[in-house]
Design a protein around this ligand. Structure first.
Ligand code: HEM
Length: 315
């Protein structure tokens, strides 16, 4: 049977492709003849994915807790995937808008779905299985910290107590040393770090500091500053930056705080967090006042920072 000219022209192109690297098309065609069709489950590594849930207890709701953390980490990975591309293509405003819009969609999905945690587990089960997880805490999520380093200058991430002076410090190291999450998990009087923080630093501090240095002058706050006045005034772009800022620093933290309040708030004394922070003081965004782009918010908005959801809340 003669070959369809369309097929013939493709075979010709393939022969040219392999010839450029000195390889033989016939061998590759044999490979095609013998290889199996791709399946859905192999393509997305479904068996591996579904084998990654290993609760430490037999309480059924611990599986909800494990899987929802895994889902969140995958969304964080999606965010980092977009943020890294923005840093590489920082002068293309349309590209920045398209990618930032994706990131806000991911964070919106995370905030909306947080009711899976807030409402979705029995308190009695949670309070029991959490004891088997000590001293692990979501506090140790390195991707969460990396998103912040992509988003803004490290001096804007220092603990509120030092933030006013941080701009006069001249090294990323100095700011990194006073970053809010280190202060949050360090006893001020004694300077003693929680064990959760010690573990986290042993594993990630070096890489996170290297990332902070790599992103100095390249993070999203720096990208915004590098745009022309006209580009900076682009309403759509400003609104995307504001939305991203508020979602990461208020909406998601508020959703998350609601879950801590549901499971850990108990009269007469609150239950201790697995990571050992003073969570009642540490988690509420109105105390932390982390703000990636303060220049994009009015005085009024800054005054009420962290008090309410703005772009959606757990459904
Ligand atoms: C019932 C559900 C949850 C409760 C009660 C809870 C509780 C807490 C508490 C008390 C802290 C403060 C650190 C500590 O001392 O442990 C914390 C931090 C944190 N948790 Fe959760 N958490 C929950 C679900 C999640 C989920 C699903 C994630 C997703 C990855 C997550 C990610 C984080 C992160 C990133 C921090 C650090 C926040 C910051 O530094 O501002 N948590 N969590």
């Amino acid at each position: 049977m003669p070959l369809d000219p369309e097929i013939e022209s493709r075979v010709q192109k393939l022969a040219e492709k392999y010839a450029t690297t000195g390889q033989d098309l016939a061998g590759y065609l044999d490979g095609l003849i013998h290889s199996d069709y791709l399946t859905y489950w192999d393509y997305i590594h479904l068996d591996t994915l579904l084998s990654l849930q290993s609760p430490r207890t037999s309480f059924p709701d611990e599986s909800v807790f494990v899987m929802y953390h895994q889902i969140t980490e995958l969304y964080f990975k999606l965010c980092l995937h977009e943020l890294a591309q923005m840093v590489e293509n920082s002068s293309d405003v349309d590209f920045l808008k398209a990618r930032l819009s994706r990131v806000t969609r991911y964070f919106g999905a995370l905030t909306h779905s947080f009711s899976v945690m807030v409402e979705g587990m029995e308190v009695e089960q949670f309070l029991k299985f959490r004891m088997s997880l000590l001293p692990a805490s979501g506090f140790q999520s390195a991707q969460y910290r990396e998103i912040e380093l992509y988003a803004t200058d490290v001096e804007r991430l220092v603990h509120l107590d030092f933030r006013d002076t941080a701009h006069s410090w001249n090294s990323v190291e100095e700011c990194f040393d006073k970053i809010y999450w280190k202060s949050g998990a360090t006893e001020l009087a004694t300077g003693k770090k929680t064990y959760t923080l010690q573990q986290f630093e042993n594993k990630y501090a070096k890489d996170l500091l290297a990332k902070a240095k790599m992103l100095e002058g390249k993070n999203l706050a720096a990208i915004y500053r590098s745009l022309s006045k006209e580009q900076q005034q682009d309403n759509e772009l400003r609104e995307l930056f504001r939305k991203f800022d508020y979602q990461v620093n208020v909406d998601w933290p508020l959703a998350h705080y609601k879950s801590a309040a549901r499971y850990l708030r108990k009269k007469p004394t609150d239950i201790q967090a697995t990571g050992g922070t003073n969570w009642q003081k540490y988690l509420p965004p109105r105390f932390q006042r982390r703000i990636f782009y303060p220049e994009l918010w009015s005085q009024e908005e800054l005054a009420t920072w962290g008090e309410n959801f703005k772009y959606g809340q757990p459904q």
